[in-house]
Design a protein. Structure first.
Length: 395
């Protein structure tokens, strides 16, 4: 398992490097600094690098830095790539859909082969294995963002057969999200559905709003009635809420453990507000907090704060966290008042919500997912701008 994990990390790293070299090889490095989002991102990543000066675990520091390196490369690479053609976007849609669908089939095979075992697992908040070394959080978010992409790209699908194919993939992946029942993926999916309904309401397209509302209710009711893993997941969440209300602080329930990690992280940040504890010592600081305030919680239930903003503040201090926050919100400057910008916004919103509930950028897969979907959506804006300029020139 570990060798497969290392191989997948290495392949992803090599692919990112190859992509970056291909995009940036002919570009004058002096022009890199025109990309303000890349520049701000590079600065907050440098805070992680500098934190080695007051950290003690060089191995952990190296891991933290390596996971952030795509932030130094991918935004810049997408900036200087030529605009994608509509044909290239369609090819991307099919290829990405097939990859995710194969991943979903791999995941579901575990349930098919051992239904009793995995149903029991769902009663203790464990979910099906997924690609990405079992990282069900990032994988499910990827699936949800791909479904958003399918709705966005729909008008560009130029044949009926292609629309049927993409529609079928999106439907199957929607079903899979409810079978997997990972909270991050489901929150992302339903956040999109609600956001789409609100957007259509603002456009005064009341028929579409009605359809979206019916779809939302139908999905929830059907999933609860027919998908046992989804039903068990909702039951567990409601049980966790009851346990929290009754004062449970054992840390064995996922959401309660999150809240406890927030409290400990906030106390550690207040104790080290300017430079943090060092990116390499984040887990040590958290374990010390658990020992002091929640000694009853088992070692395996002790977490990094499940909030990326708290992670940055804990590791590098409040100045780095403020710069990181500025970086997160900078893509909103790319938006206009049109359909393309709505999908750009909802992609950003889904990723933003996941930053609030997960240490999303503390693993390589999370950094890749965050950058890929955000930058690919940005690339389509570039493609639309290119076509608009061409049309205006021809007219």
């Amino acid at each position: 398992m570990m060798s497969g994990f290392l191989v997948s990390r290495a392949l992803l790293s090599m692919s990112i490097i190859a992509f970056g070299v291909n995009a940036l090889y002919p570009v004058d490095p002096r022009s890199w600094f025109k990309d303000k989002w890349w520049l701000v991102g590079s600065i907050w990543v440098c805070f992680y690098a500098v934190s080695a000066l007051w950290g003690t675990h060089s191995g952990f520091w190296n891991i933290r830095i390596n996971e952030k390196l795509p932030i130094l490369l991918l935004p810049l690479s997408f900036t200087f790539l030529p605009a994608f053609s509509a044909k290239q976007l369609r090819v991307y849609t099919i290829c990405m859909g097939i990859i995710l669908l194969l991943g979903a089939c791999y995941s579901c095979m575990f349930l098919v082969n051992n239904l009793t075992f995995y149903m029991e697992q769902y009663r203790t908040a464990k979910v099906l294995p997924t690609p990405g070394d079992g990282d069900h959080i990032r994988f499910s978010v990827s699936v949800a963002l791909y479904i958003v992409w399918c709705i966005y790209i729909w008008p560009m699908l130029n044949t009926r057969q292609l629309k049927w194919l993409v529609g079928a993939i999106a439907l199957l992946l929607t079903i899979y999200l409810h079978i997997l029942a990972a909270k991050s993926g489901l929150i992302s999916l339903y956040l999109f559905i609600v956001s789409y309904g609100i957007w259509q309401l603002l456009q005064k397209k009341f028929k579409t709003v009605l359809i979206v509302g019916v779809l939302l209710i139908t999905l929830l009711v059907t999933a609860f009635a027919t998908v046992p893993t989804f039903r068990e997941r909702l039951t567990y969440i409601s049980y966790t809420y009851i346990a929290f209300e009754q004062g449970d602080r054992s840390g064995i329930y996922g959401d309660i453990g999150r809240l406890i990690s927030y409290k400990i992280a906030a106390r550690e940040i207040m104790a080290h507000p300017w430079i943090g504890v060092g990116a390499s010592d984040m887990m040590d600081a958290m374990k010390g907090g658990y020992d002091h305030w929640y000694p009853q919680i088992r070692n395996e239930d002790r977490l990094l704060p499940h909030n990326q903003f708290l992670d940055v503040a804990l590791g590098c201090g409040m100045p780095a966290a403020l710069l990181f926050t500025f970086w997160v919100f900078m893509p909103l400057r790319w938006l206009k008042r049109d359909r393309d910008s709505f999908f750009m916004f909802v992609t950003w919103l889904i990723l933003f919500i996941n930053l609030l509930i997960e240490p999303f950028l503390e693993v390589q897969f999370g950094v890749f997912v965050y950058l890929l979907f955000l930058l690919w959506q940005k690339a389509t804006l570039k493609e639309k701008e290119k076509n608009t300029v061409t049309d205006n020139t021809l007219s």
